[in-house]
Design a protein around this ligand. Sequence first.
Ligand SMILES: Nc1nc2c(ncn2[C@@H]2O[C@H](COP(=O)(O)OP(=O)(O)OP(=O)(O)O)[C@@H](O)[C@H]2O)c(=O)[nH]1
Ligand SMILES: [Mg+2]
Length: 413
Amino acid sequence: MAAGPDGGHLDELTELLRTAGVAVVGELVQRRAEPDPDRYLGKGKLEEVREAIKRSDANIVACDDELKPRQERNLEQALDMPVIDRTAIILDIFADHAHSAEGKLQVELAQLEYNLARMRGLWTHLERLGAGRIAGGIGTRGPGESQIETDRRLARDRISALRRRLRATKATRATMRAERDRAGLPSVALAGYTNAGKSTLLNELTGSEVGVRDRLFHTLDPTTRSFEISGRQYLMTDTVGFIRKLPHQLVDAFSATLEEAMGAELVLHVADASVPEGELHEMLGAVDEVLAEIGAAERPRLLALNKVDLVAAERKRELTFRFPEAVQVSAATGDGLDGLREAIEARLLAMLRPMELLVPYAEGGSLSELHELAGELEREDTADGVVIRARVPAAAAPRFERFELNGARPSED
Ligand SMILES: Nc1nc2c(ncn2[C@@H]2O[C@H](COP(=O)(O)OP(=O)(O)OP(=O)(O)O)[C@@H](O)[C@H]2O)c(=O)[nH]1
Ligand SMILES: [Mg+2]
């Protein structure tokens, strides 16, 4: 049974539940300014849910918000049935889809943070009971309470241990990053709502076979692949997708990975253009929000409106009008991919530094590196070495400064 606020997205909740392996037998929308602080659902709605449960064979109620521990507990009592919230469902999917060691640690951290808040709620509640006993003259701790304290302490210890281990993997990643920077290849990070088609697009552009599926949060681990435009090499990174109300515990746990990925020269925001206007607007907004949260709001960005194979001609014109800067593509049919390559190239070329170099023949390594980095370049053989005019990625430029001609010409004999 799915329940959510008015103007909410029960279709999306149903999708999330489907991905988590739960079938929905009924749904209910509550219209009120604020959810009930104690039970999430108001009196009337509560009765309606009870009735609906009786009619169907529901064995769990899912709410499309993050519930306060108290709301969840009271609602479970009132309905005599397990209640889960949106956050728990998303955490569950992440736990199921995490494959890498780091991904598993990140998800475990997020889940513990979520559970710890719940234990604390329970604990405060019991503490009050304990306080009553103290007033009654029995000044000892209740057994339930000390058990929960122990659980809490264990959870805290585990959280610190996880944080430490994640910091350690972060250090390894920083080294990898430094190596990539040394290679100097400009990189593009894919960002976007879950199921927008990021992995499909990565596969099309880089000729890879990253997993693609019609389910939410299929990709969790970042993947980087290289690709070529006009003979020049670039890198593209695919990471976890975003969603409305992405649990803050997950944003925290994944922030290091995300910040690093989004540190790319260009963030390619991929959106599913086949959804209705209102939904598209909200999905774009949700991505903006997460990017802002991880400090990537100001990164150079390009919008790719994907799945236009599902969009009628008239709507395509509307989209051109609404998003004149965006590139319309279909990762499925390959439509618009050349335009996308051009747009990516134009953005990245603007970040290149034109250089005129004299590279001695003995520096064969630097020469081949230049060919890889700069793609097309002008070269002229002279007695002193090769004179090269090329546009070099800003990050790699310092390595070649020692060859710079600064307007001087090699001796011509
Ligand atoms: N019709 C159509 N379907 C597409 C297109 N691009 C991707 N899809 C489908 O959309 C679904 C999701 O694609 P993915 O590439 O896995 O999406 P994603 O953004 O990587 O999703 P997550 O990793 O779950 O965040 C798959 O079923 C794809 O086949 C497209 O251009 N047109
Ligand atoms: Mg993916």
